[in-house]
Design a protein around this ligand. Structure first.
Ligand code: PLP
Length: 437
């Protein structure tokens, strides 16, 4: 488009508003993950399809997509209609609705592990439900998690995560690193951290027979897009079965994005439990825990508590049904084709500009890693990323009308058509040459 070749966009209106916002909100923003954006956190007026429109009058091609949810793009017509229709009928019943049944049925049809499921409102929250089920069903305490895998911001699981940007201890026995000030140190009791993609290490730990659950992003997407090593998920599945440990896939990013059935469908490995959020409702606050019926039934008959005022809220359920009914094979084929072209085009531009980088992941969620010579195998490899150089690149892109996350992830929607990909690649080529100078 016209904006791609001109590095001229100004964001002064956003900067002024963020400054003013500080009167009401810490840092002028409502999430820590919106802090420190170069040149400023942005303030938007509206969004449609692949585009965001900010208060400075800029139209930006959006690869944040709400941090992942908007697989149908911004404000798709089917979802708008479903939500408009529902708002006339009711918002919150504190009881069941047929809409909820339909949404649950769709999740159970699409997701391989979903014998049964429950809805929640955020990924962080349903992760807590999964941890509780793992402990209740096994009578054990220990949850294993992996360095760099993010499972929400609560005390008991925010250990050695991407926001902390660090890893500690030797690779074969990592030390949990707190992700936040104010985190209860005792909350590390009951969680152990391992390096991901090392099957022997996982098998050794599980063999002690005292682990309640293993939680992982089946394809690591929050900190960087890393594929599971060949045989790793299968091996983890077998070892968990062998030792009576509950295998949990956190599919908050990968769910309904890598495929309608998530990473578990893509890789053909079925966990005992899985958590979902983001793309399940294309921007509405919906999450789900799904899995083996006997485990989910512990909420009904096993004394395991799971609640939430907004679980199954009508507007969110209308959005869930409209989203899940839109997830056709054609949608994934389109994202697959365009995403591959985008990944290859970015890699080619960076190569031409002499920038050392790798582009890894999946067409619908990939990662551009500046400074890496080879695809990362686990989080420790990502500590070698050249983050300042990448931020210079995303800032140069933003001035050309392309908004990509500064931590390297790119999300794609079905609304990013070939013309949008072309405009993006023109901006990428230009920005790469500018930052390589
Ligand atoms: N799990 C993963 C893999 C995520 O990427 C996220 C959020 O980015 C969460 C859990 C937490 O979800 P929420 O932000 O909805 O609480």
């Amino acid at each position: 488009t016209e904006s791609a070749s001109r590095p001229s966009m100004s964001f002064d209106g956003s900067a002024r508003r963020i400054e003013d916002n500080r009167r009401f909100m810490p840092g002028g923003v409502n999430s820590n993950f919106r802090l420190g954006i170069s040149p400023t956190p942005l303030v938007f007026e509206r969004a449609e399809g692949p585009y965001l429109y900010d208060v400075d009058g800029n139209r930006l091609i959006d690869y944040y997509l709400g941090m992942g949810p908007m697989i149908l793009g911004h404000s798709p017509a089917a979802l708008r209609k479903a939500v408009h229709d529902q708002i006339d009928k009711g918002i919150l019943f504190a009881g069941q609705s047929d809409l909820e049944t339909r949404a649950a049925q769709l999740v159970c049809e699409l997701v391989p592990c979903a014998g049964k499921m429950r809805f929640g409102s955020s990924g962080s929250e349903v992760v807590q439900a999964a941890i509780r089920l793992a402990r209740a069903s096994t009578g054990r305490t220990t949850i294993l998690k992996f360095e760099g895998h993010y499972h929400g911001w609560f005390d008991n699981i925010l250990w050695s995560t991407a926001p902390a940007l660090n890893a500690a201890g030797p690779e074969d026995s990592p030390v949990p690193v707190a992700g936040s000030a104010g985190q209860l140190p005792e909350a590390a009791h009951g969680v152990e951290v391992l390096v991901w993609n090392d099957l022997a290490a996982l098998e050794r730990r599980l063999a002690r027979g005292d682990v309640a659950g293993v939680i992982m992003e089946a394809a690591m997407c929050n900190a960087g897009a890393i594929h599971p090593a060949r045989g790793y998920l299968e091996g983890a599945r077998a070892a968990c079965t062998r030792h009576g440990t509950v295998l949990i896939f956190d599919e908050v990013i990968t769910g309904f994005r890598l495929a309608a059935g998530g990473a578990q469908e893509t890789f053909g490995v079925t966990p005992d439990l899985a958590t979902f959020g983001k793309a399940i409702a294309n921007g509405f606050p919906v999450a789900a825990i799904a899995g083996r019926a006997d485990l989910l039934d512990l909420f009904a008959t096993g004394g395991v508590v799971h609640g939430g005022t907004y679980n199954g809220q009508c507007i969110s359920m209308a959005a869930t049904v409209a989203t899940l009914e839109s997830l056709t094979p054609d949608l994934y084929a389109a994202i697959d084709k365009r995403g591959r072209r985008l990944m290859q085009g970015i890699a080619a531009s960076l190569d031409r500009a002499g920038i050392r980088a790798v582009v890894t992941g999946f067409p619908g969620i990939f990662h551009v890693g500046f400074g890496l010579e080879a695809p990362a195998r686990h989080y420790r490899d990502l500590t070698r990323l050249d983050r300042p150089a990448y931020i210079a690149f995303t800032t140069a892109l933003l001035r050309r009308g392309v908004r990509a996350l500064e931590r390297g992830a790119w999300f794609l929607s079905v609304e990013h058509d070939d013309a949008v990909i072309d405009a993006t690649l023109a901006a990428v080529d230009d920005a790469a040459r500018e930052v390589a100078k």
